[in-house]
Design a protein around this ligand. Structure first.
Ligand code: NAP
Length: 276
């Protein structure tokens, strides 16, 4: 997929356009710094430009909105990412709603969420998209199969529900109020886990031969682990993603794929408006 991205970036370059991603970072949240570095590395590898805008943790909402307005109106900027979380004094919803929907490569804008919900085309979050892409590239059938999702969080679980419906899976969603989690996970032909609880899913919770996709990232003293007890589940599962090296390693690639989709959408929008 990296090679595909490189080819796509090159195609735009041949037309005199350098793909450009703007990343806004507020404060010095440790996880955000890691994600920014990973984006910088991949952008460099595939030939996409990344401009990083850093605000102090004390920034006011209006200052971010001013920058967003500039980036929205700049035709040389094709994608905008705001690293979350934002500090408490910043109005997160206002900031997100101020990103141009056709540059919203994290798929957070209410319009893109609506498109996802209604099965239309739009820009959608990279991590759940990575969960689906892994299955497709592994030739694992999704349509008609029983997908059980553990977690309904905003960034992974919730968007994944609608992506799976679009792929014609039969979807069951579990969360903290689910009574007898194992009862549901054992029915899964494809089990997706995005909860943020290290090794929550054990071997006996998985149906033999099931496909297990682990989106969890948990930083422990010994290193990073997923929400699935990999060693215990590996024996039972028919196929399983690892952490690290699975969903997480694809997320940035899919974010940059969104930049390629975004520029296409921006050109179509301008053609419709007759300004291109
Ligand atoms: P989140 O917003 O905190 O959501 C967690 C979800 O898990 C909630 O729906 C919660 O249920 C559910 N849950 C928690 N404990 C549970 C339990 N014991 N049994 C059943 N359900 C439980 O988290 P998130 O942002 O979606 O992230 C989920 C995981 O994905 C984290 O490990 C995060 O690090 C990882 N992640 C990975 C990437 C990547 O690039 N691979 C990107 C983003 C996030 P309730 O709704 O009832 O509270």
């Amino acid at each position: 997929m990296r090679a595909e991205l490189k080819i796509e970036a090159m195609k735009w370059r041949e037309q005199g356009i350098i793909l450009n991603l703007a990343v806004i970072q507020v404060g010095d949240d440790a996880a955000s710094l890691v994600y920014v570095r990973s984006k910088q590395n991949l952008c460099q590898q595939v030939g996409i430009n990344l401009d990083l805008f850093i605000f102090k943790g004390t920034v006011k909402t209006e200052e971010i909105l001013t920058l967003l307005s500039e980036l929205n109106n700049d035709h040389k900027v094709h994608g905008i990412v705001i690293e979350l979380p934002l500090p408490p004094q910043v109005d997160k919803q206002r900031v997100i709603a101020s990103i141009s929907p056709v540059k919203d490569v994290d798929g957070l804008h209410p319009l893109n969420k609506g498109y996802l919900l209604s099965g239309k085309e739009g820009l959608f979050p990279a991590t759940p998209a990575a969960c689906i892409e892994i299955l497709k590239r592994s030739n694992i059938e999704i349509a008609g199969r029983h997908a059980v999702l553990v977690g309904r969080g905003e960034t992974v679980g919730r968007p994944l529900i609608f992506m799976l419906l679009k792929e014609n899976a039969t979807v069951t969603v579990c969360h903290t109020r689910t009574v007898d989690l194992s009862f549901y996970t054992r029915q899964a032909e494809i089990l997706f886990v995005a909860v943020g609880r290290p090794k929550l899913i054990k071997g006996e919770m998985v149906k033999p031969g099931a496909v297990v996709v682990d989106a969890g990232i948990n930083a422990l003293e010994k290193g990073i682990c997923g929400d699935v007890d990999f060693e215990a589940v590996e024996e039972t599962a028919g196929a399983i993603t690892s952490v690290p090296g699975g969903v997480g390693s694809l997320t940035t690639v899919l974010l940059l794929k969104n930049v390629c989709r975004a520029i296409q959408m921006q050109q179509e929008e301008r053609e419709r408006e007759g300004t291109f």
